[in-house]
Design a protein around this ligand. Structure first.
Ligand code: ADP
Length: 244
């Protein structure tokens, strides 16, 4: 199964993607996290992305597409994967369509977390993240037990550079302008809109309620993947897949 999680910055995508991926046993892939890791590692891609990300703009399609293609070709993606923050443009969606086709997955399932835009700025500027395990906190609703430190591994928490108010507003503007055509691209796909202005546990319950029938329709969480045709190389029929 390929899941795409959509929602504006601050809608809780990171929190839900971790919960869903853990529940389904597939990797959660955040292009934003991957780009931040490239910046941290000082790679050429990281250097190209750094100033664009700091201003709240979008990194070029070619760079992001290539990074994504490499990631989903890893063995842990054989049974499916969840994408958070990708595709962000129709061109990226078209690239992903080809990738999904090559890898013999069915059409993706879209989960759209909808949060009123005026609630987002406060949420984002009070967000903190653990640089070690990626766990996300919110000083308003989900503070860590010890102020400033991760509950799980004790690492000092970070504020993302792009969570400053002016950059947050630019990211929300960018999202609002570009998300509509991307979501429209998936109108013939399984598309579910979920109210994101509720507690994470409640939202996750709604999401599992949506996904459970899709997963169990196949008899089990994993089923045998469908065979690839000869265009795509050897058949993957013997590999277990979460492809719904
Ligand atoms: P959020 O959804 O909270 O804005 P992300 O972590 O998904 O944050 O993304 C942070 C930044 O990384 C974006 O503002 C953008 O600059 C860059 N980025 C992430 N994913 C993509 C993508 N698919 N295409 C282009 N740029 C991206």
């Amino acid at each position: 199964m390929v899941l795409l999680l959509f929602g504006p910055p601050g809608s809780g995508k990171g929190t839900q993607s971790r919960l869903i991926a853990n529940w389904l046993g597939i990797p959660a892939i955040s292009t934003g996290d991957m780009l931040r890791a490239e910046i941290q590692a000082g790679t050429a891609l990281g250097q190209a992305a750094q100033s664009i990300m700091a201003s709240g703009g979008l990194v070029g399609d070619e760079l992001v597409n290539e990074m994504l293609a490499q990631r989903v070709s890893q063995p842990d993606c054989h049974n499916g994967f969840l994408l958070d923050g990708y595709p962000r443009k129709v061109e990226q969606a078209a690239f992903l369509d080809r990738l999904i086709d090559q890898r013999c997955f069915s059409k993706p399932v879209i989960l759209h977390l909808d949060v009123p835009l005026d609630a987002l700025v406060g949420r984002l500027t009070s967000r903190r993240q653990c640089p070690t395990c990626g766990r996300i906190y919110n000083l308003l609703h989900q503070p860590p037990k010890r102020a400033g430190f991760c509950d799980d591994d004790g690492t000092p928490l970070d504020t993302r550079k792009d969570d400053q108010e002016d950059v947050v507003k630019e990211r929300i503007r960018t999202y609002d302008a570009i998300s509509r055509p991307v979501i429209a691209h998936y109108q013939d796909t399984s598309y579910y809109q979920i109210r994101g202005d509720r507690s994470p546990g409640y939202i996750f319950e709604e999401i599992t309620g949506i996904l459970e029938p899709l997963v169990s329709r196949n008899g089990a969480r994993c089923r045998l993947g469908k065979a690839c045709d000869s265009r795509n190389g050897p058949s993957k029929a013997a590999k277990p897949s979460l492809d719904a």
